[in-house]
Design a protein around this ligand. Structure first.
Ligand code: NAD
Length: 265
């Protein structure tokens, strides 16, 4: 399915000049779009991922931006290293994620564990590492890339739905604790976004639902969405930038949903 093009936005105001941002899963998809958008707003962005090649591509795209994008190779399953990496950041975007589509009885327990580690425990450790510095400076922005699956369940996504529901809860607790210190915490929860994570799951979904791949997009992925298009990564990045900007000081403990009306049902 093709989406109407997103009109390129005018150059954003440099509202994050002097701020440091850490974006996880920044080598691809939504994370790459967030890194570029925050650098366009003037931030020094530390782009963290386990994929060194993807990070090299990203930094090459960031040359002309007012901020900077610096690559940091790290696998977030190293939780102690993740917590250390978050020290000193003003903005934290918890974005890294993985997906496996399988019925519960066939879902490998090791994969369930890894997904919860990367998508829930690592965000906790990154927040834990970031908060002392944010509290000391009296300002911080935490944005957790959740999903419509943080608010709704789908069959065959036990680990993903569990992790994202947990992330929504973690984000709210962070908002309550951070508020007296000038720290906000919110989720951005998209429906299906045009990224490699979605492209990879088309075949899995086709097998799980016994459908040809070409029917999966409309009949499965976009079945719950009133707006029948994929979200573009830049749309998610714009929501993240808003939450880090000067007009979102009172926005905390909530979720910005970009789901084409899915959760309106
Ligand atoms: P993607 O596959 O394009 O990018 C995910 C990135 O995370 C990759 O660069 C990968 O290397 C990195 N990553 C994975 N495991 C890691 C680890 N252990 N350590 C370090 N980096 C690791 O995916 P995406 O679609 O851009 O997804 C980004 C986030 O958005 C995820 O949390 C995902 O759940 C969420 N999301 C995606 C969609 C969608 O439709 N694409 C919808 C809703 C929410």
């Amino acid at each position: 399915m093709s989406s109407p093009a997103v009109t390129p936005a005018p150059a954003p105001a440099p509202v994050l000049l002097g701020r440091t941002a850490l974006v996880t899963g920044a080598a691809s998809g939504i994370g790459a779009a967030c890194a570029l958008r925050l650098a366009a707003a003037g931030a020094r962005v530390r782009a963290l991922d386990r994929d060194a090649g993807g990070l090299a591509d990203l930094t090459a795209r960031a040359h002309s931006l007012p901020g900077a994008v610096e690559a940091e190779v790290l696998d977030l399953t190293d939780l102690d290293a993740a917590e250390r990496a978050a020290a000193g950041t003003d903005v934290l975007v918890n974005n890294a994620g993985i997906q496996l589509v399988r019925p519960i009885e066939d879902f490998p327990p090791d994969t369930f564990h890894t997904m919860l580690t990367v998508m829930l425990e690592a965000p906790f450790r990154l927040i834990r590492g970031a908060l002392p510095g944010m509290y000391g400076r009296g300002w911080g922005r935490i944005v957790n890339i959740s999903s419509v699956h943080g608010l709704r369940a789908s069959a065959y996504k036990s680990a993903y739905v569990t992790a994202k529901h947990g992330l929504e809860g973690l984000s709210k607790v962070t908002a309550l604790e951070g508020a007296p210190h000038g720290v906000t915490s919110n989720c951005v929860s998209p429906g299906y976004v045009r990224t490699p994570l979605v492209e990879k799951q088309l075949a899995d979904q086709a097998a799980a639902h016994s459908l040809p791949v070409e029917r999966v997009l409309n009949d499965v992925l976009l079945a719950g969405s009133a707006v029948k298009r994929l979200v573009e990564p830049e749309e998610v990045a714009e929501a993240v930038a808003y939450l880090c900007g000067p007009y979102a000081m009172s926005v905390t403990g909530t979720t910005m949903v970009l789901d084409g009306g899915w959760t309106a049902r």
